[in-house]
Design a protein. Structure first.
Lengths: 237, 407
């Protein structure tokens, strides 16, 4: 039986460097996410939301529990197997953009394709296509530091889309942006989710950013305290 | 990733940070250039001395006649008419002696056509050319017959040929030495400078009898000014020196308490001293070069450590978007390799160019050795690659989330 897209069971993470006696960063989290969902993850700092995100994105390994992707256990993958999945199945968008500073926007977007083994001409073509999609076609050959924060985050989104991922993991993507730019970025995420059906897992601590999602998961002290549909403000009013 | 892509990515990464790349390369360039330059100068000096030493002839002793005095004036060694061709013949029969070459030197103006030149003229026997290791390049050598009948024939040194004959072949031509006609028998091979810097090619050889009787006149017939003696081997030179002293004291009837009326000099000792000096010079320059290489290596080490640590976050980003550990390692290894190869080649080029310029400016010989370049190159490259690779390996073995958190 093919499992659901993402399924975690009893997932836990205890940092080795943590002082003895501190509760685990994440404990017995069990939930599932289906393809095409747009999920917001909220919670105060230290609630475990970023830890959860890193575990789902295979940037870190859990200390307990199971993590199944398409029914396949991926909790104990080798670093190279994890890299392979990050490259082809996931796309990451970070709060601090995390672009390589010394190469152009287009080269940044093409980088995941380099590791996927795509030929150079193909990489360039697709990078330009993606930059066009996020509205940055004229800036393809600009260095990241010549771009505004919102533009850099668009480059990062284009990079996340490079290998047609099935899941985009966005960790506070609007944390460094002003309100207007944040809206534009969130509109872009919403459009991507609607039009391409890509699953989006969004970590944020801002209520109005979470409003863009369809489902909301709240963390507190390393545990899930709420999991349900997003209640839209208009509905509340 | 295909190998080509990896190389391209590494090159792009190096090109993207020119300052860091340049600084890293600088250590490599300085280290390699210093070693190549220092050793080129050192080896060149050593070669120059060695050639001068071997141009002297091997296992050589020279016997000078004693000093002489006129009234209260005392003249130096080589002036008293105490050595004779008879002495030379007697020495030649000693067991440790291979060959002797009695010599009667003088000077004079030589002329050919419109050219003339003042040079040294040496009266010699046929053995001279072999004892002094100075073969005839063209034409014939001086023969026993020439010596016996005191013929007016001459062998010309390379410098004399150059001064008297423009493009003509000198062999068979007639030149004038102190106004007397001499037929040119042959031309001597170029010999170069002596240890004291004299141009040895600025001389003419004539039969010793001709020099004694016809060219310079000789108040004491049969005397010579000095005798070159070649011992049978390097080890035999000391024994030969001893035997010669005893023999000559006996022949010259010198009382046991009286001083020698001649001087025997062992030229192999002079040669050894000169070689040792050159060797020490070469070693010292080599040591200075090695220190530069060490300092350069430490420079490479530091900048590599800093630059890779500084790039931990970049490594994290690359791993997050799909780089495998191998991809990261290959990239850093290649970057280090490229820096080292390019830096090493520039270093060799600068070292060679610098040595050539110094050689030209200071009129000294420089010599290059591929072996030295290779070692300097290998040491720097090994340093660069190790210190570029090792921290990258450490970073690549981090979990991506840790590398990403690095500021």
């Amino acid at each position: 039986m093919a499992g659901r897209f993402i399924e975690v069971e009893d997932l836990g993470k205890q940092y080795e460097a943590a002082a003895p006696g501190t509760p685990p960063a994440l404990q017995s989290v069990s939930l599932a996410i289906d393809a095409g969902e747009f999920v917001a993850v909220m919670g105060p700092s230290g609630s475990g939301k970023s830890t959860f995100m890193n575990l789902v994105g295979l940037l870190d390994a859990p200390t307990s529990g199971a993590y199944r992707l398409d029914g396949r256990n991926v909790a104990g993958l080798s670093p190279d197997e994890a890299a392979h999945l990050r490259n082809l199945v996931f796309g990451f968008v970070f709060q601090g953009f995390n672009l390589l500073k010394r190469i152009t926007a287009a080269e940044n977007v093409a980088l995941p394709m380099v590791y996927a083994g795509l030929p150079g001409a193909e990489r360039r073509r697709r990078a330009l296509e993606l930059l066009d999609k996020v509205g940055l076609a004229p800036y393809a050959d600009s260095m990241p530091n010549r771009l505004s924060g919102g533009q850099q985050q668009r480059v990062a989104i284009a990079r996340a889309l490079a290998n047609r991922p099935r899941l985009i993991l966005a960790d506070e993507p609007t944390g460094n942006l002003d309100t207007r730019t944040s809206r534009e970025i969130m509109d872009l995420f919403a459009a991507l989710n609607r039009e391409t059906g890509v699953t989006i897992l969004l970590v944020t601590h801002e209520q109005d950013i979470a409003q863009y999602a369809k489902r909301l998961i709240r963390f507190k002290d390393g545990r899930v305290v709420h999991d349900g549909a997003v209640v839209h403000e208009e509905a509340l009013a | 990733m295909s190998p080509f892509t990896i190389v391209r990515e590494a090159a792009r990464s190096l090109g993207a940070n020119k300052l860091r790349t340049g600084l890293t390369m600088l250590g490599m360039v300085i280290g390699v250039a210093a070693v190549v330059l220092m050793l080129a100068v050192g080896t060149g000096a050593q070669n120059q001395v060695n050639r001068a030493v071997s141009s002297m002839g091997s296992n050589l002793l020279v016997i000078l006649s004693g000093s002489t005095s006129a009234g209260t004036l005392r003249f130096g060694s080589g002036n008293a008419p105490t050595l004779t061709t008879g002495d030379a013949e007697a020495i030649a029969r000693l067991p440790d002696v291979q060959a002797v070459a009695p010599t009667f030197p003088g000077g004079g103006q030589v002329a050919y056509g419109v050219n003339n030149w003042a040079t040294q003229v040496l009266g010699v026997t046929p053995e001279y050319t072999s004892v002094r290791d100075w073969p005839v390049d063209a034409g014939d050598a001086i023969s026993e017959t020439d010596v016996r009948s005191a013929t007016r024939v001459a062998l010309l040194g390379a410098t004399v040929v150059e001064k008297l004959f423009d493009t003509e072949d000198p062999v068979g031509k007639t030149i004038r030495i102190r106004g007397q006609p001499f037929q040119v028998l042959g031309v001597l091979k170029k010999k170069g400078q002596s240890l004291d810097g004299r141009d040895q090619d600025d001389s003419i050889l004539v039969p010793i009898t001709t020099a004694q009787a016809k060219l310079f006149g000789n108040r004491f017939p049969g005397t010579v000014r000095f005798i070159f003696v070649q011992a049978v081997s390097q080890e035999a030179t000391a024994a030969a020196e001893n035997d010669i002293t005893l023999l000559l004291r006996q022949r010259h009837r010198i009382q046991p308490d009286a001083e020698d009326d001649f001087t025997v000099r062992n030229l192999t000792q002079v040669a050894e001293a000169a070689s040792a000096t050159a060797r020490i010079l070469s070693l010292m320059l080599g040591a200075i070069g090695s220190i530069s290489l060490l300092v350069g290596g430490i420079g490479i080490m530091n900048i590599m450590l800093v630059s890779v640590t500084e790039r931990t976050r970049e490594i994290g980003i690359r791993m997050a978007i799909g780089a495998r550990q191998r991809d990261v390692l290959m990239q850093f290894l290649l970057e280090a390799l490229m820096i080292c190869i390019v830096g090493g080649l520039i270093g060799i080029a600068i070292g060679v160019a610098g040595a050539l310029v110094i050689g030209k400016a200071m009129q000294i010989e420089v010599a290059f050795s591929a072996w030295v370049m290779l070692v300097a190159f290998a040491v720097s490259a090994a340093t660069g690659i190790f210190f570029g690779f090792w921290p990258a390996r450490r970073a690549a073995s981090l979990r991506p989330v840790e590398a990403l958190r690095h500021e």
